[in-house]
Design a protein around this ligand. Structure first.
Ligand code: URA
Length: 218
């Protein structure tokens, strides 16, 4: 089965599943982009525009993400983008644990189908879920994205090692020039990773990632 076929089959199963938020959302927002990309972006949850169109990152945050990708010579079609939650929470409220637990098995199937080299996590929820070992239980022990952004680390899942790059959520950077500048810098780091550059260990030590890794034995 090709990654595209695998994704279509997962999407059919999400559509057939009974999931929290399904009743209040207009449409399933499954994912978009190149199923064979080496880069997978994981956001939090669909917003109003995404809910209308059934496509992730088509609103203001999506435009920002587009610009950041273009800054490192990539387009939205060169990557794959999915979310922690597949349906929009009412009023864009934060996801709760029960919703994350119910929706993420499908995200994990997407990860296995795409098998990207690099997973970029957008914002706190995606960062905590992925760096927590792709589990809801693991999320609690992971610091926020403010502490972890821009520093790649590795996460093993289902026998495969993925490079993970935590990033601020582009929606948070929309009205905050300092976060926007940080995001641009962190996208440069994605560019370096794609070109095969090593993880910058000195910078990691300075920003406390080492302590986090020791704490988790990672
Ligand atoms: N924010 C997200 O995290 N995901 C989307 O799909 C849109 C906005």
């Amino acid at each position: 089965m090709t990654p595209a076929q695998a994704l279509r089959s997962i999407e059919q199963r999400v559509l057939a599943a009974r999931l929290p938020l399904q009743e209040t959302a207009k449409r399933l927002v499954f994912g978009k982009g190149d199923p064979e990309s080496s880069v997978l972006f994981i956001g939090e949850a669909p917003g109003a525009k995404e809910d209308e169109q059934g496509v992730p990152f088509v609103g203001a945050a999506g435009k920002e993400l587009d610009k950041l990708l273009r800054g490192i010579g990539l387009g939205i079609k060169d990557v794959y983008i999915a979310n922690i939650l597949k349906y929009r929470p009412p009023g864009n409220r934060d996801p709760n644990e029960e919703e994350i637990r119910a929706h993420t098995p499908f995200l994990l199937e997407q990860v296995k189908a795409i098998r990207p080299r690099i997973i970029c996590t957008l914002g706190n929820y995606a960062t905590k879920f992925v760096l927590g070992g792709m589990s809801v239980e693991g999320m609690r022990g992971v610091p926020g994205v403010t502490r972890l952004h821009g520093k790649a680390r590795e996460v093993a899942f289902d026998g495969v090692v993925y490079k993970v790059m935590p990033l601020f959520h582009p929606a948070a950077a929309l009205y905050n020039p300092r976060l926007r500048a940080s995001l641009e810098e962190d996208f440069e780091a994605i560019g370096r990773l794609l070109r095969g550059g090593a993880v910058d260990e000195k910078r990691e030590r300075q920003t406390g990632l080492a302590a986090f890794q020791e704490g988790r034995g990672g």
